[in-house]
Design a protein around this ligand. Structure first.
Ligand SMILES: Nc1nc2c(ncn2[C@@H]2O[C@H](COP(=O)(O)OP(=O)(O)OP(=O)(O)O)[C@@H](O)[C@H]2O)c(=O)[nH]1
Ligand SMILES: [Mg+2]
Length: 187
């Protein structure tokens, strides 16, 4: 089984993607930062030291591509998404307009690349002060796992666990694809 994944982190501007990637890679504080929009894309690399996948525990190398939510970088997306194994969507549940924006990302990053729903996850990210469940996601996301993410208080451990579980299911999918390809060569 492979031990390296390339994942994309996409969603509207200012919804918290860079904050989440800093948290997951343990590179920087989460709270109280001034907003610095990501320019184009930022690649964050880190390891999950002990991930158990299909009964086997191993070290996994993660390449997390933290993509700007600004559509002015759309022309860079084809290059960014090449060879990706999964997509993490992030949105702010307090923003009605975010459902429509996520649909655009879904079309570009999932449908056009031929990824499966199991290679996707949605983080409904509650920044401090976020109220309500404003955005109801479209039916494109019906089969996609959606989890709440809260980096303050007691949500922290859940976010890391959900992320690690997601990486595990992406790796499982990848090894199933490799197995299918090997079988078809043998036939
Ligand atoms: N305290 C706290 N601040 C957060 C959290 N999530 C986001 N923020 C703040 O919200 C602002 C925007 O967050 P970013 O992570 O930069 O947003 P982004 O999605 O990367 O935005 P773009 O790069 O422009 O697409 C920053 O000032 C963050 O510090 C959180 O969980 N806790
Ligand atoms: Mg950012």
């Amino acid at each position: 089984m492979q031990n390296k994944v390339k994942l994309l982190l996409v969603g509207p501007s200012e919804c918290g993607k860079s904050t989440l990637s800093n948290f997951l890679s343990e590179s920087g504080d989460v709270g109280g930062m001034i907003y610095r929009p990501t320019k184009g894309c930022r690649i964050v690399e880190f390891e999950i030291p002990n991930l158990t996948v299909n009964g086997m525990t191993k070290k996994v190398e993660v390449e997390l591509w933290d993509v700007s939510g600004d559509m002015k970088y759309e022309s860079c997306w084809p290059g960014i998404q090449r060879g990706s194994n999964g997509v993490l969507f992030v949105y702010n549940p307090g923003r009605e307009d975010h459902a429509r924006i996520l649909d655009h990302f879904y079309t570009q990053f999932v449908e056009q690349q031929g990824l499966r729903e199991t290679q996707c996850i949605v983080f409904c990210h509650y920044k401090p002060g976020t109220n309500g469940k404003g955005a109801k996601l479209s039916s494109s996301f019906n089969q996609v796992l959606t989890v709440d993410s809260q980096l303050e208080e007691d949500g922290v451990s859940t976010v890391r666990r959900d992320f690690n579980d997601f990486v595990g299911s992406v790796l499982t999918h990848m090894s199933a694809v490799v197995e299918m390809q090997e079988n078809s060569i043998l036939m």
